[in-house]
Design a protein around this ligand. Structure first.
Ligand code: DX5
Ligand code: ZN
Length: 219
């Protein structure tokens, strides 16, 4: 069984996304990883979810939406029938109950619910919500920018969550995000990742087919 590849929209001009992702799909990519940044939760600011709604019809891949925003539930209506994965950061919620309530709202609105854990956040804060979520996104860089160096300390979290998933027979996907390339993807998949995100490694490739293949590891 091979892992899946989700390509970040961050390196590309917004207007070029449908065209770019058509080519990426032809080269074996499974998801479009839509990094949304509000300039508050993280310093940088990107296009906002309403723009995704506009181009959804031309996007050839399911949208894996990564909301790096202070109020992640504000986009439920806008992203209805647009986002496949609707991923919110656990750091936006003060208590486990708030987090569980938020995930339930995402699920009750028909999305696959994702929960993201930033690089310096302890993964124990999401244990109570694991039976609710469809995806856990483990940041392997500090959320907020592309082109950063992979931080392998995050793999301990992937291993731990992989163990809990197996022990409790849960079926959430584990996604790793940040600095992923052909030199670290195998250790990510070995630790338990099912989906790998790539931004800069793929964006600077001059042989897309070979580069995407180098991000697929059979386990
Ligand atoms: C960072 C984003 C990542 C990033 C990935 O905040 O969530 O998705 O864009 O880009 P690379 O692969 O360049 O780290
Ligand atoms: Zn991301």
């Amino acid at each position: 069984m091979e892992n899946k590849v989700s390509i970040s929209t961050l390196p590309y001009e917004f207007e070029t996304l449908p065209f770019k992702f058509k080519i990426l799909k032809e080269n074996g990519v499974e998801f479009a990883h839509c990094d949304i940044m509000d300039g508050k939760f993280v310093e940088n600011k990107t296009y906002m979810p309403n723009m995704l709604r506009e181009i959804k019809k031309e996007m050839p891949l399911p949208l894996d939406v990564h909301l790096m925003v202070n109020n992640p539930l504000d986009y439920i209506e806008i992203l209805k029938d647009v986002a496949y994965y609707y991923t919110i950061h656990c750091e936006c919620f003060k208590t486990e109950n708030e987090l569980i309530e938020a995930v339930k709202i995402v699920k009750n609105n028909g999305f696959k619910a994702g929960i993201a854990v930033d690089l310096y956040t302890d993964e124990n804060v999401i244990l109570k919500v694991l039976q609710e979520v469809d995806l856990v996104l483990i940041m392997t860089v500090k959320a907020g920018a592309g082109g950063q160096k992979f931080n392998e300390t995050a793999l301990k979290k992937v291993e731990y969550l992989n163990l809990i998933r197996a022990k409790n027979k849960l079926n959430f996907q584990i996604e790793v995000d940040g600095g992923i390339n052909d030199t670290n993807v195998s250790e990510c998949v070995k630790a338990g990742a099912n989906i790998v995100v790539s931004g800069s490694f793929v964006a600077k490739s001059n042989d897309l087919n070979k580069t995407i293949k180098s991000l697929k590891v059979s386990k």
